[in-house]
Design a protein around this ligand. Structure first.
Ligand code: SAM
Length: 281
């Protein structure tokens, strides 16, 4: 097929670049499935603008257009931008040349409601996702393809090995669900690991109320800083605090003295952060 990434690249004398995480989707059915998920449940007649991150040779861009999306596609690699701009069937999409790590998402959104999607490059997938999750006025929904083990961490529940500060930071702001997983053969060239599509939907309000959001995240990171230690010891070491106020805050939050950080759900972390804040007054 002439729109196979291999054919598109070779027409321009190119090969996939590892440093940009270039593994292009070649499974047409899966590509349309991602596009439908990314555009699903639009709550207004006019489709919300959707930003595709890492458009590559345009497989998902084309599927998003086919499914009726109002598409802007961002790509870092100059020659791929040339391919995208050269594809007549992508003429309805706005193609931007830029870096997802430094891109001005707020300027793109311009106060509108919007969505994001992408088969994210492995090297920057997690930090890009976190920028979208944590930004003010961020996308209402994000449908992203990431390594399977990263998605395991995003959806992890307390008491499981994958549970950590990433799970909490994401679940605080978004509802998160695994959509489906693809093996290496869905891509050209095939990556070494499985990839999973995850769907994130922004909550109307954060999952838990806390007095000080920055302190809440600081406490979460401190609780997981020393995974083999008790919560009390990990907090003391990471926050450089004496035992007494830490032990008191743990008790005030209604938690057992020997509990480990990985056992706390979001509500327990919020109580703990509030108890630590109260102890500082
Ligand atoms: N969407 C295409 C597909 O599914 O076939 C390509 C996906 S490929 C996994 C990731 C794409 O992101 C590549 O085209 C790569 O050049 C691009 N990319 C890598 N780092 C980027 C960055 N920092 N900002 C924007 N695009 C980036």
């Amino acid at each position: 097929m002439e729109d196979h990434p291999r054919a598109l690249l070779s027409a321009y004398g190119l090969t996939p670049k590892k440093r940009f995480g270039q593994n292009f989707l070649i499974d047409g059915e899966a590509t349309h499935r991602i596009a439908r998920l990314a555009l699903d449940g639009a709550s207004s007649d006019a489709p919300l603008p959707i930003l595709e991150i890492g458009a590559g040779t345009g497989a998902l861009t084309r599927a998003l257009l086919d499914e009726g999306g109002d598409v802007t596609a961002l790509e870092i690699d100059d020659p791929l931008v040339a391919i995208l701009r050269g594809r007549a069937d992508l003429a309805a999409a706005t193609i931007l040349h830029g870096d997802a790590m430094t891109f001005d998402y707020a300027a793109f959104a311009a106060g509108r409601r919007w969505r994001a999607t992408g088969n994210l490059p492995y090297n920057v997938g997690t930090p890009v996702l976190m920028r979208l999750v944590e930004m003010r006025g961020g996308p209402e929904t994000i449908v992203a393809m990431l390594q399977r083990d990263v998605v395991d961490r995003l959806i992890a529940k307390p008491g499981t090995p994958a549970y950590g500060s990433l799970s909490i930071a994401v679940q605080y702001a978004m509802h998160v669900e695994r959509a489906f997983t693809l093996g290496p053969r869905a891509f050209f060239p095939p990556p070494k690991v499985d990839s999973t599509v995850v769907r994130l939907v922004r909550r109307d309000a954060p999952a838990v109320a806390t007095r000080d959001e920055a302190l809440f995240m600081q406490v979460v990171r401190a609780a997981f800083a020393y995974r083999r230690k008790t919560l009390a010891n990990s907090l003391m070491l990471a926050l450089v605090l004496p035992r007494e106020p830490v032990a008191r805050a743990i008790a005030d939050a209604g938690l057992e003295p020997e509990i480990r950080g990985e056992q706390l759900d979001l509500a327990a972390f919020a109580r703990l952060a509030d108890a630590l804040a109260a102890g500082r007054l």
